[in-house]
Design a protein around this ligand. Structure first.
Ligand code: CAA
Length: 296
């Protein structure tokens, strides 16, 4: 496999394009506007600079990685000769279904169609196409160039052959693939999101403050980030959305999102991307400052 298409140039899409291009694949990166694509390429370039300055890659590798990426605003151009499409558009079920209907029409009949969804049923996405056996979940983790896991999610009709191809492809990227079945939250978010939700409940009930909760989990359980900082990093809207998927999917009140999480999302305090969540963020600063409304 040589030609890959990535749909969506946001954080996940540009990370996925970066990793494939660095490993010698020709990547067609596609988004709705030239502005989003230019921004993604500049982010990839900065992340490659970071790898060069740490001695992880050479300047030549940086150059060849950037050369392996072509930018497209027309889906038909982006998928013309593709062997694998990875969709990493906004986490919206209607949008993803529309994209898969188009992909099924435009991409070569032999192409595998993967989605980087963190919560939407692969089986329901596959049902939009006439190639249900070739639709699969490839769930990458942020930051994509750093995180080793790819959660490979088999839809109800995904074939053994497609699963094998995608597993071995992930290994070629230097990642560790893990195969899981298609149930709400898969494995990663079924385990992670209730933990984050419980941390928010712990804060909401006044058991402890933001820093205290995160410190317990960082120093006591060796998590690289505490759950509240991680929620900010992922985006509180994404966390809320995934809790809703778990609650609907399992019909169990144990998955009800904490009202504080819902309130923060309604208020637009979504974490790093809006500059404020459990912490507040200033561009260029690495200091972790608790948001003023949570200070004692
Ligand atoms: N591109 C390339 N390299 C990067 C990078 C990027 N975007 N971001 C960080 N790095 C590299 C740094 O250069 C550094 O490299 P060295 O170890 O060689 O020095 C390394 O990663 C660590 O980075 P930093 O020193 O800047 O910062 P850190 O030590 O605090 O680590 C972190 C940052 C890797 C993000 C770490 O805090 C971490 O692992 N956090 C948890 C991340 C996590 O859980 N991600 C999953 C979120 S859930 C998800 O994505 C899916 C979902 O469905 C919700």
């Amino acid at each position: 496999m040589k030609n890959i298409t990535v749909i969506g140039a946001g954080t996940m899409g540009n990370g996925i394009a970066h990793v494939f291009a660095q490993n010698g694949f020709a990547v067609s990166l596609c988004d709705v506007s030239k502005e989003f694509l230019d921004k993604a390429l500049s982010t990839i370039s900065k992340n490659l600079d970071r790898q060069v300055s740490k001695g992880a890659i050479t300047a030549d590798v940086k150059e060849s990685t950037l050369k392996n990426i072509s930018l497209h605003t027309a889906l038909s151009d982006a998928v013309k000769n593709t062997e694998l499409v990875i969709e990493a558009a906004t986490e919206n079920i209607k949008l993803k279904k529309e994209i898969f209907i188009e992909l099924d029409l435009l991409a070569p009949a032999s192409a595998i169609l993967a989605t980087n969804t963190s919560s939407i049923s692969i089986t329901s996405i596959a049902a939009q196409t006439k190639r249900r056996d070739k639709v699969i979940g490839m769930h990458f983790f942020n930051p994509v160039p750093v995180m080793k896991l790819v959660e490979i999610i088999r839809g109800f009709s995904t074939s053994d052959e497609v699963t094998k191809t995608v597993m071995s492809l992930s290994q070629k990227l230097g990642k560790t693939p893990v195969e899981v079945n298609d149930y709400p939250g898969f494995v990663s978010n079924r385990v992670l999101m209730p933990m984050i939700n419980e941390a928010i409940r712990t804060l909401h009930e006044g058991v402890a403050g933001v820093e205290e909760i995160d410190t317990v989990m960082k120093l006591g359980l060796a998590h690289p980030m505490g759950p509240l900082q991680l929620a900010d990093f992922i985006g509180l809207d994404v966390c809320l959305n995934i809790m809703n998927v778990l609650q609907e999917g399992f019909g169990n009140p144990q998955y009800a999102p904490c009202p504080l999480l819902s309130n923060m999302v309604m208020a637009g305090n979504l974490g790093v991307k809006t500059g404020k969540g459990f912490y507040q963020y200033t561009a260029g600063s690495k200091d972790l400052v608790v948001a003023e409304y949570f200070r004692k």
